[in-house]
Design a protein around this ligand. Sequence first.
Ligand code: URA
Length: 204
Amino acid sequence: SLDGGPGPQALAGIDALRADAATCQRCPLWAPATQTVFGEGPADAVLMFVGEQPGDQEDLAGRSFVGPAGQVFDAALAAAGIDRARAYVTNAVKHFKFEPRGKRRIHAKPGAGEITACRWWLDAERAALKPRVIVALGATAARGVTGRVVTISRERGRAIVQPDGSELWITVHPSYLLRIEDPAAAAAERAAFIADLRAVAARV
Ligand code: URA
């Protein structure tokens, strides 16, 4: 539903939200995208991961973190001993934002307006699932969860208690690791990401 429809709390649960989000037009990103990519995972998940937005492959598949960033994410989860199947995985923005370049679609960063518009869904997912621990992957995710601008380096790797009592852990986005060219720096950042995830693993 759009404005004037039932609030998040009134909706039956995550499946009702997903059905509702499929027709979302709360921001302009819905039009060029293939589909809404909603969160996925068990309704009793204690742990919620929040990414930025679906990428090219996620837009086509309709599932979060199935492309290159998803592979980095999966490998880091395995290294940290976290079972992705037991977590709920979603994004701050639920449509792929891109710029067409020939046949390719180049990822474009979501803006404040899109993050704010899509917080309606993220808040609804949090209200429905009530995860005890939330992990924000990158600055856009952290902004979607908190509603404020976040500097990762200042806030990563520790629990930040949210008004609803949940613990927020902020870390880097897996795509960031893919962009580091220097092998030693990439290895160090990957190790730091896994260390953040291990600290999360100890909380769930
Ligand atoms: N990057 C994200 O933030 N989320 C996805 O689902 C895929 C790539």
